[in-house]
Design a protein around this ligand. Structure first.
Ligand SMILES: Nc1ncnc2c1ncn2[C@@H]1O[C@H](COP(=O)(O)OP(=O)(O)OP(=O)(O)O)[C@@H](O)[C@H]1O
Ligand SMILES: Cc1ncc(CO)c(N)n1
Length: 265
């Protein structure tokens, strides 16, 4: 039997932690076939981002056309898009599909991965056609144009963003050091937000968690799970992978979340 096909439209991380490396590893682990459109290339490691190249719009368009005209894509996930043109192209090509948008605005290391114009394009054109979006609290605040000095509760952020049209999951790591669980908030337009909690892992090896989460969510949707189940299973997947990598000492900064699937003895 054919596996479902999931398309990632995202950027590369030369350190192999985030971006398309995380997306493809997650697709493989969850039994879906991964296709990919490279929208941006970053020189990046566990400590930061030193260069960004936005792939020219005609090359992004040609990749989208090649995949979507040939493969039976069951779900699309977007990560770092890198340019206004890429946001517009994805919006046009993917409206009406099962579309998971991870609005990647910033790396775990703190580097900016989107300009103000790209943030505005997310808000104005891409988010309204998404099935579900997966910002962390800082990204959600940025998309709502809020002052970062006055943080809102993640549940309220999730509800606020449903005003743009999609379902929203505001993700979050452990709120305090030593917390036993962490909670993501899922809001559907017109409904009360619901908490999705899972075991917290004490680790600084969390580079790539957002990409891994949104790819797992797209995979579970493509496999036919409903949205809430997909969110819960995606979070459990990330938690499990963080548990595998929690003792690693790779790199000088925030190390990669594991994309391997068993502990190294
Ligand atoms: N320490 C942790 N233990 C367990 N789960 C975690 C931890 N940190 C993050 N998660 C989970 O990982 C998933 C992705 O959320 P997160 O908020 O880390 O994404 P992000 O900030 O967008 O990631 P990135 O830094 O890669 O952009 C969520 O389900 C979140 O609850
Ligand atoms: C290429 C890329 N995509 C997404 C993220 C977010 O973690 C990152 N750091 N780099």
């Amino acid at each position: 039997m054919n596996p479902p096909v999931v398309l990632a439209v995202a950027g590369t991380d030369s350190g192999g932690a985030a971006g398309l490396a995380a997306d493809l590893a997650t697709f493989s682990a969850l039994g879906v076939h991964g296709a990919m459109v490279v929208a941006a290339v970053t020189a990046q490691d566990t400590t930061g981002v030193t260069a960004i190249h936005a792939v020219p719009a005609d090359v992004v368009a040609a990749q989208l056309e090649a995949v979507l005209a040939d493969l039976p894509v069951a779900a699309v996930k977007t990560g770092m898009l890198g340019s206004l043109e890429a946001v517009a192209l994805v919006t046009r090509a993917c409206a009406g599909r099962v579309l998971v948008v991870d609005p990647v605005l910033r790396a775990t290391s703190g580097a900016d991965l989107a300009t103000d114009a790209v943030v505005a394009a997310y808000r104005d054109v891409l988010l309204p056609v998404a099935t579900v979006i997966t910002p962390n609290a800082a990204e959600a605040g940025g998309l709502l144009g809020l002052d970062s000095d006055d943080p809102m509760h993640p549940a309220a952020l999730a509800t606020g963003l449903t005003g743009l049209g999609p379902a929203v999951v505001v993700t979050g790591g452990p709120e305090v050091a030593g917390a036993e669980t962490c909670t993501d908030w899922l809001a559907l337009p017109g409904a009360e937000p619901v908490a999705i909690s899972h075991p917290a892992v004490a680790t600084t090896n969390d580079h790539g968690t957002g990409c891994t989460y949104s790819s797992a969510l797209a995979s579970y949707l493509a496999l036919g799970e409903d949205l809430k189940t997909s969110c819960a299973r995606a979070a459990a997947y990330v938690s499990n992978q963080l548990d595998i990598s929690k003792t690693w000492t790779l790199g000088r900064g925030r190390g990669p979340v594991a994309h391997t699937h068993k502990e190294i003895a």
